[in-house]
Write a protein that binds this ligand. Sequence first.
Ligand SMILES: [Zn+2]
Length: 342
Amino acid sequence: MSLNSTCLLNKNFSGCIGRFCTILLLCLLLLPVKSLFASPIDGIVGKISQADYTGYVEDLEDFQTRYYNTQGNLDALEYIQNAFLGFGLNVSYDPFTYNGSTYNNVVATLPGKTHPEQVYIVGAHMDSISDRDDPTNMNAPGADDNASGMAAVLEMAKAMVGYAFDATIKFIGFNLEEKDLVGSKAYADKAKASGEQVRGMLNFDMIAYPGNSGAKNVFLAGDSNLVDAMKGNALKYTKLTTTLSYNNFDDSDQYYFHSSLFPGSTSAFAIEAEPLNNPNYHKTTDSTDTSNYMDFAYATDITRMGVATLADFAGVIPEPSTLFCFLLGGLLLMVGSRGKKL
Ligand SMILES: [Zn+2]
């Protein structure tokens, strides 16, 4: 029998109003309690968009080459800078010297609320290479290597800007990775020299070619705490399977941030499980135009795994509205209880 019909039969309207208020109070209480148990990380992961991710990959490959000493490299740096600025982040170029010339990483910063001096980095190399043609002129689209990783960093930045974190997060496009990790080494050296408290670094390099096996498998390597956390988030938020290694691989940008080389830091990277089977690796055909090559759903899942791990390590702070609702619910319950005694 419904509440209304009970009321009409009993004609006890004040009692019904009391019951209605109790139900309303319970609803008000249950909503914030539910949101207390729902992690803000769920919300961040939910903001990752495959369409936007794909758009970033396509835009980056459209520079035709991002080889380190080309106009395409400079244009791509500017594109990444503008994307970060569009999210509302502070952005700066991070200059370093290579063979007597100056080049730049691009760094966007989301300041921490509780421990802004502690820094977590998420990075990918933005330069590209092709050894079949002269990449100085054109033809190094680098869609998988590594527009796919850079797009993940951009998408993570876009998803995280609406949230607050204990620690500072830096989103970095590293340059000259293809010249033997020049940009990331320069950043790590400078950070150590200046005393920057880098607590962790996540790197994404080649994450859009799922391989021939048909398995959506991702290879995770580096310091165990980050590797294990990424595995956990892959299980929780994606359909990915994982292959793990606790070694520090010296062929991508996380290398100089590993605990063994950077005191106080920890690092790991994610890479497609079959990079050595990638038929377009460092070729002019590393492009979204190559059919049956890129799997954007796979790459977007790797991005979701990454952003969940980064948000956890950087200490995402629950939204103030959640706490406000909880306090309001409690207050209303107290008022309701007192009214009942009267
Ligand atoms: Zn690469």
